[in-house]
Design a protein around this ligand. Structure first.
Ligand SMILES: C[S@@+](CC[C@H](N)C(=O)[O-])C[C@H]1O[C@@H](n2cnc3c(N)ncnc32)[C@H](O)[C@@H]1O
Length: 201
């Protein structure tokens, strides 16, 4: 099964309470977006957004240029269905991040638990270069920390800490702040995440 088939199957067969990453309120992401002091017309993209509620928060806050990208069309459909008419205010992109060719630049690039699936050096390098040319201001990345799980959804992940995330992106970004968070899964287990907010230098 390839990567896209894996994720389509996940969203076809599992409910939000059956996958570890579900969170009612994406607190760390919201805190870091608030600290970015973005204007309401800032172009914001959520990479591997799945059916995360981050887009609901961004709409509620009045952001007007929101994009959500995911490899799974089923994930996007689920988010669209949840939002109803409000989904029309969002640009939805079904793409593998490694095939994504942005047609614009983004003021804020957010990624919770998608980047960490890249385990090959070439793929990490590709993502880093994509971010370097596509992000104008703020980069927010959340991954499993080096005290977190080694797998997510049955797939190997790369673990990080603030220093190693900075090592990946530090050529173009300054590290402004980091958050270490124990995410409580729907099965009442804990997953240690690291989030970094970086600003383009
Ligand atoms: C662990 S989930 C996290 C979902 C969401 N960010 C959240 O915080 O709830 C990972 C998401 O990344 C997507 N994904 C995985 N690999 C991807 C890739 N190469 N390109 C784009 N999306 C990908 C999956 O479909 C899934 O929705």
């Amino acid at each position: 099964m390839n990567n896209k088939e894996h994720w389509e199957k996940v969203y076809d067969t599992k409910q939000p309470n059956e996958v570890s990453w579900t969170q009612a309120v994406p607190h760390a992401s919201i805190a870091l977006i608030k600290n970015s002091h973005l204007p309401k017309d800032a172009a914001i993209i959520d990479i591997g957004g799945g059916d995360s509620h981050l887009v609901d928060y961004l709409l509620k806050e009045g952001f007007t240029d929101i994009s959500v990208l995911d490899i799974s069309s089923k994930a996007i459909e689920r988010a669209q269905k949840r939002l109803g008419d409000k989904a029309n205010k969002v640009t939805w992109i079904v793409s593998d991040i490694l095939d994504f060719v942005p047609t614009k630049k983004y003021d804020c690039w957010h990624d919770r638990a998608a980047f960490h699936f890249l385990t090959k050096e070439d793929d990490i390098e590709y993502y880093k270069d994509l971010v370097a040319v596509s992000v104008l201001k703020t980069l927010i990345i959340g991954t499993f920390s080096d005290h977190g799980p080694k797998k997510c959804s049955g797939l190997e992940v790369s673990q990080y800490n603030p220093e190693s995330l900075y090592q990946v992106f530090g050529n173009c970004f300054n590290l402004e702040e980091s958050i270490i968070e124990d995410h409580e899964t729907p099965f009442n287990t804990l997953q240690n995440f690291v989030f970094c907010r970086m600003q383009k230098n």
